[in-house]
Design a protein around this ligand. Structure first.
Ligand SMILES: O=C(O)CCC(=O)C(=O)O
Length: 223
């Protein structure tokens, strides 16, 4: 339901007070959108713990990429890794995303994702969202859509969440549409963003105060 707040503001033209209406975005369940499929606890239990352990060890060896966004240069608010069957490396905002071998439980997961989503993925990007000392989790992904020219829009993007639960937000690219969709993603939850979803919607992971580390893997087809 739309939450409407009234805000008093001095109107400059007449010095009088007028009441401005500020509308908050209406938050709806992600399951309302046919372009997204949410599967709670869909990731195989037997792969989850070995995969978390593998990711934990690899992320321990990398630092946050330094990127320039909106004119500011600094560390990305999360760590990233890549893997897959594509030959060349993957870059994000001109920072090369470190690549890890597609072997062991990661290879098993990659093949499982191809079979499960029935999409011939050739790249997996992995994110680690950590907790800082004050337990204020600043790590996030701003609202964006994966419309990079390298990403083949004929295929969906499939995501696996592991570890600490976090909200996943979706909103129409059309700013006039004030709807917003939110799904809390827990350990082993899956989201498929179908082909065509990126053209219509933005998605992101807002910053949260949290106790633990979250891992996310997004499987993509790149050209
Ligand atoms: O962490 C997530 O669930 C989403 C990650 C994401 O949007 C991205 O890597 O582009």
């Amino acid at each position: 339901m739309a939450d409407v707040k009234a805000k008093r503001k001095i109107h400059p033209s007449n010095g009088g007070v007028r009441v401005m209406k500020r509308t908050k975005k209406t938050v709806l369940p992600l399951t309302d959108l046919s372009e997204f499929v949410y599967v709670p606890r869909g990731f195989p239990k037997k792969l989850a713990l070995p995969l978390v352990l593998l990711l934990e060890s690899h992320f321990g060896n990398v630092s946050r990429p330094i990127v320039t966004m909106f004119g500011k240069t600094g560390p990305l608010p999360r760590k990233c890794l890549s893997s897959g069957t594509m030959c060349r490396g993957f870059s994000y905002k001109n920072a090369v995303v470190p690549r890890i071998p597609l072997s062991g439980v990661l290879e098993e997961t990659f093949n499982w994702a191809i079979d499960y989503a029935e999409i011939p993925f050739n790249l997996v990007l992995m994110n680690q969202y950590t907790v800082n000392k004050s337990k204020k989790l600043k790590d996030k992904v701003g609202m964006h859509s994966d419309v990079n020219s390298a990403i083949d829009q004929n295929f969906g993007i499939f995501s696996v969440s592991l570890g600490q639960g976090r909200d996943f937000d979706v909103e129409p690219r059309d700013k006039a549409d004030r709807r917003k969709y939110r799904q809390h993603l827990s350990h082993r939850d899956l989201v498929l963003m179908k082909a065509g979803a990126q053209a219509k919607f933005l998605h992101g992971i807002p910053a949260r105060v949290a106790e633990g580390i979250r891992y996310n893997l997004t499987f993509r087809v790149v050209r």
